[in-house]
Design a protein around this ligand. Structure first.
Ligand code: FDA
Ligand code: GRG
Length: 454
């Protein structure tokens, strides 16, 4: 481990591994550190699902076969009673996350990356308004390492970002109500799963308050499934492991199944961090809250943020400047490729988490929301008003007009948030005013639509 680098990457999950790979390939002197041992890199509890579109965007369509553990052609979403089922079609994969991270790290090592495993980044070195490096902790010793850019890819730890000055927008903390706590097990069943290329999501406030439980079959590994449950954080709900055992693993299909892996973690489910970059620092992946707020999937978008930051760092280094202004394109890239959709979906997430099981059952069985709406919603982040209007006609005079009216208002706020995120600031100087507008719009939304408004 030398003492001066172009870039230090803190954390080698998917985000850190991807950015280490692209920046090493671009010829920079990069050091990546992780608290884990080399063998455990990438070993984080996950449902392992990823959309094909992400792999296309990230140039990862040629992954070695051993990394792909399943092919996906759609997701079935079940209503609380499980009597109504929507099929959302879309291609994807189940990925061996450890092998994916190792694959990216090996490529980066071939391009000259240095790694320090069993090493914790403990704090940033900040001087004259910019990051100058990090303090690492390795084998009982503290070491100062200088770098022109530090990339925090440490997931929920936010090891660097959370220790930055409060007036740096990248330091913004996560409110626990904007998180999900998810627990999952990999199990081998006694029998094969029908339609093993279909993922299953079960929405039920009783079983998974503020989240859902899922069953994802590994279609390339006979009778292996990923089964888990997420609950909203900060609300005092029962822990997801207890709920999974009580309501899900007690079912007949899991009888005599073999436990292969178990574990849980926190998932941020909110709008993106207002900026991925500041002076000498970039934040990516879960550390930058890049997860899809509606379904909690974050591997693809973590790597999208890594790709955007990587391009901006290359540009910044070429001009010899790595301040917020020079790295700003990272934000424009992330917003246009994922952040706008993420912010819009967050509006929908807040609404979903307020609904009762009766509302969801009613909405799905009466087709207030339909399969095709969920398709557009998940792909593009649009909830189309025309469909709501159609439903309005069908529903006129029926039992829950207030639900429909609320959905209309939700859709209006989704459009307003979209417009605001599409006009994301062109430079850091405009950020405070824009952030204030986001804050005001979300407060207005909460007051009007959530807590009984309409
Ligand atoms: P990640 O947390 O993976 O990596 C951070 C790295 O930083 C770790 O290796 C850690 O050791 C290291 N680190 C932390 N502190 C450090 C320090 N101080 N110094 C050095 N290193 C440090 N997503 C998805 O796309 N599909 C899915 O099916 C699911 N399912 C799912 C299920 C469950 C149960 C959970 C908890 C989460 C998911 N997700 C998911 C979300 C997904 O797992 C998540 O978004 C990504 O793994 C985030 O990747 P990152 O690289 O950002 O962080
Ligand atoms: C916030 C309501 C709410 C629930 C979250 C945390 C949690 C519940 C679930 C765990 C995460 C999980 C199982 C995610 C899998 C979701 C999934 C199907 C991901 C793959 O979709 P992509 O990669 O997603 O196509 P995007 O939206 O990024 O295109």
């Amino acid at each position: 481990m030398g003492d001066t680098y172009d870039v230090i990457v803190v954390g080698l999950g998917v985000a850190g591994a991807y950015v280490s790979h692209t920046l090493s390939k671009a010829g920079f002197k990069v050091l990546a550190v992780d608290v884990k041992s080399y063998e455990r890199l990438g070993d984080k509890p996950c449902g392992d699902a990823i959309g094909k579109h992400h792999l296309e965007f990230l140039n990862l369509m040629d992954l070695p076969q051993n990394i792909v553990e399943g092919s996906v052609r759609g997701i079935d979403i079940y209503s609380p009673s499980e009597n109504v089922r929507f099929r959302v079609v879309g291609d994807g994969y189940l990925i061996d996350r450890i092998e994916l991270v190792k694959y990216l790290v090996r490529q980066a090592l071939n391009s000259g990356l240095e790694i320090a495993t069993n090493t914790a980044a403990v704090s940033p070195i900040v001087r004259d308004g910019s990051i100058r490096g990090v303090i690492l902790w390795k084998e009982g010793k503290s070491v100062e390492v200088a770098a022109r850019v530090v990339i925090d890819a440490s997931g929920n730890a936010r090891a660097i970002a959370r220790r930055l000055p409060r007036d740096w927008p990248v330091s913004e903390e996560l409110d626990m109500v904007d998180s999900n706590i998810a627990y999952r097990e990999v199990r081998r069943l006694q029998h094969e799963v029908e339609e093993s290329d279909i993922l299953r999501i079960y929405v039920s406030k009783q079983v998974a308050p503020g989240g859902y439980w899922w069953l994802f079959p590994y279609s390339h590994r006979d009778s292996y499934v990923n089964v888990g449950l997420g609950i909203q954080g900060g609300r005092g709900y029962q822990d997801p492991k207890t709920l999974l055992y009580q309501y899900v693993l007690s079912r007949e299909m899991f009888k005599n199944s073999e436990l292969v892996e178990a574990g849980g973690a926190l998932v941020p489910t909110r709008e993106p961090l207002s900026t991925l970059v500041w002076n000498g620092i970039a934040v990516i992946g879960d550390a930058a809250y890049t997860v899809n707020p509606v379904h909690g999937g974050g591997k693809g978008s973590a790597m999208v943020s890594a790709s955007c930051v990587s391009k901006a760092v290359v540009e910044g280094m070429e001009t010899g400047r790595v301040d917020a202004e020079s790295l700003w394109n990272a934000n424009l890239c992330y917003m246009s490729n994922y952040g706008v959709k993420q912010a819009v979906l967050n509006v929908f997430r807040l609404f979903l988490q307020e609904l009762s099981d009766e509302d969801i059952e009613f909405g799905m069985s009466r087709r207030i929301i339909r399969e095709e709406d969920l398709n557009t919603l998940s792909l593009k982040g649009y909830l189309e008003l025309s469909v709501i209007d159609k439903a309005h006609r069908i529903l006129a005079g029926l039992r829950r007009p207030s639900l429909l009216l609320k959905l209309k208002t939700v859709s209006e706020y989704m459009s307003k948030v979209r417009a605001l995120y599409e006009s994301y600031p062109q430079s850091p100087r405009e950020l405070p005013m824009w952030s204030q507008r986001v804050k005001n719009l979300l407060s207005e939304y909460r007051a009007r639509v959530l807590r009984g408004g309409g």
